[in-house]
Design a protein around this ligand. Structure first.
Ligand code: UDP
Length: 330
């Protein structure tokens, strides 16, 4: 059956992989919207069933924008997600999270579309339980450097949930745990992208703190499977974790990346950023049971693919030629 699908943030890292996967089914008509602040039009697959619209979810109007299209599904992945990007303009990040979700919910309501909100493990903050289950309440600093993102995403969860309960929009929320893979921005300051970039140039690998903090890294292809399953499921009733339960310390990640890439880099230590969570590991029992989903890609295999992609892009990054010329200006 033909589906008309809106992917907000479709020119970003995860959004573009989602557009690509959805575009493999010729019956899907995909509309990618992106303000191209952190995303790149070049990320979006050049496919006859994908259109890119340069629109900002903050200012999107359900009675004026995209009115000629009736959507069956709306995915909201629109927000800068790496600390360096989302902390650059915290007010804009907060608005993107909350007003963006609201504006997209209005489009879903207008069209009777299913709605999927990409939330984050960041809503657990400094977690009081380990691993993190969906029932855990947030434990975040409301006035810290990460608040525009973690509190913003939590506020978005509230408005999404209430649009479901009060206004009958068919909503679901997924909480994404540290996703990585090909097409991550080389300069987004995240652990995987920084370490791979540094390793490929034999530069020092910068560990913040002593590297004992943990994250659980999920390969992007696995995550995209989970997003599509969540969108098509009628069983999800509340937020659902999507991540790889294999937990790794940041120091272990750095060592693996130098080994897998054959780098001569050495590890150096820098101060830990404020409010940096010490542990992060998803409990994915809900996704296993309701979506029959679990990640398949082990870290070394995912890192190999990521390193190959970064290696291919390094020369391009040097002259910053990523263009935005496939965009429909609206
Ligand atoms: N990190 C690091 N060196 C870097 C970049 C990040 O040690 O060059 C650490 C960061 O302080 C955090 C972990 O790696 O403890 C994961 O950081 P990332 O930004 O990838 O994800 P998030 O903190 O949002 O989970």
């Amino acid at each position: 059956m033909k589906k008309v699908i809106l992917v907000a943030g479709g020119a970003g890292f995860i959004g573009s992989h989602l557009c690509e996967r959805l575009s493999n089914d010729a019956r899907n008509e995909i509309h990618c919207i992106d303000n191209l602040v952190t995303g790149h039009a070049d990320n979006v697959p050049n496919s006859p069933n994908v259109q890119i619209h340069r629109l900002d979810v903050n200012t999107l109007k359900s009675n004026a924008d995209l009115v000629d299209v009736k959507f069956d599904q709306v995915y909201n992945l629109a927000c800068p997600a790496s600390p360096v990007h989302y902390q650059r303009d915290p007010v804009f990040t907060w608005k993107t999270n909350v007003l963006g979700a609201l504006n997209l919910l209005e489009i879903a309501e207008r069209d009777g579309a299913r709605f999927l909100q990409a939330s984050t493990s960041e809503v657990y903050g400094e977690p009081l339980e380990h691993p993190q289950k969906e029932t855990l309440w947030l434990h975040v600093n409301p006035v810290g450097v990460r608040s525009c993102y973690d509190v913003g995403k939590a506020a978005a969860e509230t408005i999404v949930t209430d649009y479901g309960k009060q206004r009958g929009v068919n909503v679901r929320i997924v909480r994404i745990f540290n996703c990585y893979g090909p097409r991550m921005s080389l300069d987004d300051g995240r652990a995987v992208s920084n370490f791979v970039f540094q390793a490929l140039r034999d530069e020092d690998i910068t560990i913040y703190g002593d590297g004992s903090q943990t994250r659980s890294f999920c390969y992007v292809a696995d995550l995209v499977d989970g997003l599509i399953k969540a969108m098509n499921s009628d069983l999800l009733r509340g937020p659902c974790n999507l991540g790889n339960p294999a937990e790794s310390s940041v120091r272990d990640l750095a060592t693996r990346i130098t080994t897998v890439s054959g780098s001569k880099s050495k590890i150096i230590f820098k101060p830990l950023p404020r409010d940096d969570p010490t542990r992060r590991q998803p409990d994915i029992a809900m996704a296993r049971e309701l979506l029959h989903w679990e990640p398949k890609t082990i870290l070394d295999a995912g890192l190999l693919a990521t390193i190959a992609d970064f290696r291919a892009r390094l020369p391009k990054f040097a002259d910053k030629t990523q263009g935005n010329d496939k965009v429909i200006e609206e």
